[in-house]
Design a protein around this ligand. Structure first.
Ligand SMILES: [Zn+2]
Length: 212
């Protein structure tokens, strides 16, 4: 997860109808989130749902509140449901700085940590852990496929980073930079690969994303 940005213009169907999922809402969210799920950062094809940051079960008054609406993939939306309501709010938090996000290939796990000891940070860590590593001891099939997809994408990124570390040529730099564009997937994890390899200065212009 990374910080998100949302257009300040409230889609008109939120003001003139009792729906929260009008076409104008979906279109604006797709644009604001660069067509990605705000939790797992995968590209959204036709599988997307409007996600209430604070669930409509526990916060019915926020059902049509523009700042409470995000797009999530079906996998994340179903898993989040009304758990994790007290979570890190992506519009005012640099989530990529505050939650360390890594794939631990040797343990076949994703790991998430934070040094900030409050409920929203702890909940964000707990939520990501459940999404990537499963609820039970073993992942169920959907969880396994979700994790494998993440692993494959990070493997491809790591190959490019390693190529750049071995031969820091402009061509190799371009390949890494392209992977860090706001349009790309897995940015929260990629951010920590960049930091772990002391490449923040090198790619400082690429890893700004929504921080301004
Ligand atoms: Zn997702």
């Amino acid at each position: 997860m990374i910080r998100e940005r949302k257009s300040e213009n409230v889609p008109s169907s939120l003001l003139t109808t009792s729906q929260y999922d009008g076409e104008d809402v979906k279109a604006q969210l797709l644009e604001d989130q660069h067509e990605k799920c705000y939790i797992c950062k995968r590209k959204l094809g036709t599988d997307f749902e409007i996600e209430h940051f604070k669930s409509k079960n526990n916060y019915p008054e926020l059902r049509q509140e523009w700042t409470n609406l995000f797009l999530a993939c079906g996998y994340c939306n179903k898993k989040k449901f009304s758990s994790f309501d007290d979570n890190l709010y992506p519009l005012d938090t640099n989530i990529e700085d505050e939650i360390e996000q890594r794939i631990d290939f040797s343990r076949n796990k994703a790991s998430f940590t934070t040094v900030i000891d409050d409920v929203p940070h702890q909940n964000a860590v707990r939520m990501l852990h459940v999404f990537y590593n499963g609820k039970q001891k073993m992942r169920v099939i959907k969880e396994e496929r979700f994790f494998d997809e993440a692993k494959q994408k990070m493997n491809r990124f790591l190959e490019k980073v390693n190529a750049f570390l071995m031969e820091p040529t402009p061509a190799n730099r371009t390949l890494v930079a392209a992977e860090l564009s706001i349009e790309q997937e897995m940015l929260g994890f990629k951010y920590w690969v960049i930091r772990d390899n002391h490449l923040e200065a090198e790619f400082k212009d690429e890893i700004v994303w929504n921080k301004h």
